[in-house]
Every structure is written in structure tokens, then in C-alpha cells.
Design a protein around this ligand. Structure first.
Ligand SMILES: NC(=O)c1ccc[n+]([C@@H]2O[C@H](COP(=O)([O-])OP(=O)(O)OC[C@H]3O[C@@H](n4cnc5c(N)ncnc54)[C@H](OP(=O)(O)O)[C@@H]3O)[C@@H](O)[C@H]2O)c1
Length: 321
């Protein structure tokens, strides 16, 4: 079957090891089932995988992709929850030390078919397209958990989103706006800042700009390039929720500011199946939808990866089958 996959890591030149071609059909063990993928979205995670970050060479060849929407063996339209927990794990699966995302241990979703645990399937509402549904399990679920589960922030408070055009960033803007937060955004170009305003951000600033006032919370996925700005932009007692570090994992900690102004730094990762269910319901109730930058046939996956590597994003990049 057709798939986008990696056979050897390339830390410095990830696109040099991206392969789009033939891979064996998936085999579903007990309790698992095979989904016919209709749409799968691209995440920065897939670029990290090509670099070998979180995906060591001994796990390769590996089909990339965490997110999918498709059709199950009984003909139902489904969304796939991307967090694979241990078979005997109960409760919040993001806390299972042995959890993985599709494409880390088990073959991923950028393929014609993917094997997944039955308990990871959720019904796809008819009013969500396959492409929209395929954006929810990673970027959108991560944004949902950051804002609504982990942050402790209330509607009406001001939240700074670092980055304007990425998958998680655009999800944070749309979800935050729908829930009544005042969303401020930083973006690296005039075009990206204008797009963030069009999505519902209240104000958009250049990366690193001094803000008109300090904010209640910052949503961080950028890491080294923005961390110092995030710390400095918070009111005393403010909160940073971090779920990613695209530009590097080791910024200066700025401990003096963190303890002196009593900031909270909160980690957040993906979300639970039940949070994904709530997110799908939120889309139905409010009518909000993932911002899709471009839909490409899976055979043209390289174009999508190039866009993301070069930072030419404007929402989610989706591959269709
Ligand atoms: N922990 C989890 O469960 C989880 C889940 C999803 C994602 N993540 C992580 O979150 C990060 C974002 O993922 P994604 O899929 O949304 O990636 P993406 O679509 O490629 O978006 C990247 C974002 O980072 C910003 N950015 C990149 N370089 C920057 C720089 N030098 N200065 C300022 N901003 C910069 C971009 O801002 P502009 O808009 O200004 O270009 C853009 O908004 C990744 O590190 C990913 O691994 C983690």
C-alpha cells in the first residue's frame, strides 16, 4: 500500500530520508482493527521523526503520521485517537509511562490503511469532513488540553499564543476565541499576523515584541526562540503551558523571574480519548472547524513536508486518500 515513511534518521536534513512509496499491509493484533484512511494530517512530530527525535533507528522503517480519519471494518466513519496506552491501563492515558503516539512504536497513519486499538476509535460526525476530523487528534486535542484542562485560566482572561500559523497555534486561536478568552498572538510575518487576526485573535504582534500589558497566560510550543519573551510577558502569578519546543528544548530557565513573580510552568501532552470526544462535540456545538492550509493527495506528501520545514504554514496540512 502507499505510505509516507522513514527508514533511517537524518538529524540535519530530514527531507532527505522521507520516502513515499510501497509498504506492507498492516496486521491488527487482538483488540485492534484496520482503518481505511481517508485523510491524515501532518504534524511537526513527523519532522522530528525524520530527524530521529523520539524515533530511534531500530524502530525503523516506520510509517509516519499520528492523525487519521477514515472508515472502519464495519463501514463506520471514524476519528482515530492517537495516544496508544498499555492494554491494561485505566484512567488518563497521557499519564501512562508506556504510552506512545501512532508512528512511535506502531506504524502511523500516513498510509492507505492503519491498524489501531478498537478502543481508540470515535465516531466522526457527518458534519465534520474527513480532512477536518483528521486535524483533531494531535494539534487540536493538544490545544484543547492546554487551554481547558491544564491552564486553569478562565474565559475573559488574556492568553498569549506564541506562533500564529502552526497547527497547534491556529487551534489555540480558534478554540480560545470560541471559549471567550482574549487571544493575543505573536507571528513571524505580517501575513501570518493578519491571518491570526482573521481567525479571531484580538491582537497580533511581531515575535518578541513588548506587549501593551502583561498577560494572564502564555501557550508555548516554540521553545528556545520565544521562552524568554513568554516569561517576561506574564503578570505576577501567571501561567505558561508548554507542550512543545520546535526551536529547541533548553532555553535559559529564567528562574529568578519564575520564583520572584510566582509564575507556574505547566507541561501538557496530547489529551485523553474523553477530551477528544469533548473536542469533537465542541466543534459540533459551536460550528468551529480546524483551519486547513492545504489538502494534498498522499502521493504529494513531500510538498506538505517541505512547507512545514520552511515554516510556510497557514493552519493544518492534510493528506487525502
Ligand atoms: N506535547 C504534545 O503532545 C504535542 C502535540 C502537538 C505538537 N507538539 C509540539 O508543538 C510544536 C508545534 O507543532 P505544530 O505541529 O503546530 O508545528 P507547526 O505547524 O510547524 O507550527 C510551528 C509554529 O512554531 C512557530 N515557530 C517556529 N519557529 C519559530 C521561531 N523561530 N520563532 C517564533 N515562532 C516560531 C511558528 O510560528 P509562525 O506562525 O510565526 O511561523 C508556528 O506557529 C512542535 O514542537 C510539536 O512537536 C507537541
Amino acid at each position: 500500500m502507499l505510505a509516507a515513511f522513514v527508514s533511517t534518521p537524518a538529524p540535519k536534513d530530514p527531507l532527505s530520508v522521507l520516502e513515499v512509496g510501497d509498504r506492507p499491509e498492516p496486521e491488527a493484533p487482538d483488540g485492534w482493527t484496520t482503518i481505511e484512511v481517508k485523510a491524515a494530517s501532518l504534524n511537526h512530530h513527523d519532522l522530528f521523526s525524520l530527524r530521529g527525535v523520539g524515533l530511534p533507528a531500530e524502530k525503523m522503517p516506520m510509517i509516519l503520521g499520528c492523525d487519521a480519519a477514515g472508515i472502519d471494518e464495519d463501514g463506520n466513519e471514524v476519528v482515530v485517537h492517537a495516544v496508544i496506552s498499555s492494554p491494561d491501563w485505566r484512567g488518563d492515558e497521557t499519564l501512562d509511562p508506556k504510552r506512545s503516539l501512532l508512528s512511535e512504536v506502531h506504524q502511523g497513519t500516513l498510509a492507505e490503511r492503519v491498524a489501531v486499538p478498537r478502543r481508540n476509535l470515535l465516531p466522526k460526525p457527518a458534519d465534520l469532513s474527513f480532512a477536518e476530523a483528521a486535524c483533531l487528534p494531535t494539534a487540536w486535542l493538544t490545544a484543547y488540553r492546554m487551554l481547558f484542562v491544564r491552564s486553569g485560566l478562565r474565559p475573559g482572561q488574556t492568553v498569549l499564543v506564541q506562533g500564529a500559523s502552526g497547527g497547534v497555534a491556529t487551534a489555540l486561536i480558534v478554540l480560545g476565541r470560541a471559549a471567550g478568552y482574549r487571544i493575543w498572538v505573536t507571528g513571524r510575518s505580517e501575513e501570518k499576523r493578519a491571518a491570526a487576526l482573521a481567525l479571531g485573535a484580538d491582537q497580533a504582534f511581531e515575535s518578541g515584541a513588548r506587549l501593551p500589558e502583561r498577560v494572564d497566560g502564555v501557550m508555548e510550543t516554540v521553545g528556545e526562540a520565544t521562552w524568554s519573551h513568554s516569561v517576561k510577558s506574564l503578570k505576577p502569578g501567571g501561567v505558561i503551558v508548554t507542550s512543545g519546543a520546535t526551536t529547541g528544548f533548553n532555553p535559559g530557565a529564567e528562574l529568578n523571574r519564575i520564583f520572584f513573580t510566582q509564575l507556574s510552568v505547566i507541561g501538557s501532552t496530547m489529551g485523553t480519548r474523553s477530551e477528544l470526544e469533548s473536542l469533537i462535540q465542541l466543534c459540533s456545538v459551536t460550528g468551529i472547524r480546524p483551519e486547513i492550509d492545504v489538502e494534498l493527495p498522499l502521493g504529494q506528501a513531500r510538498d506538505g513536508f517541505e512547507r512545514m520545514l520552511e515554516g510556510r504554514t497557514a493552519g493544518k496540512i492534510v493528506f487525502t486518500l
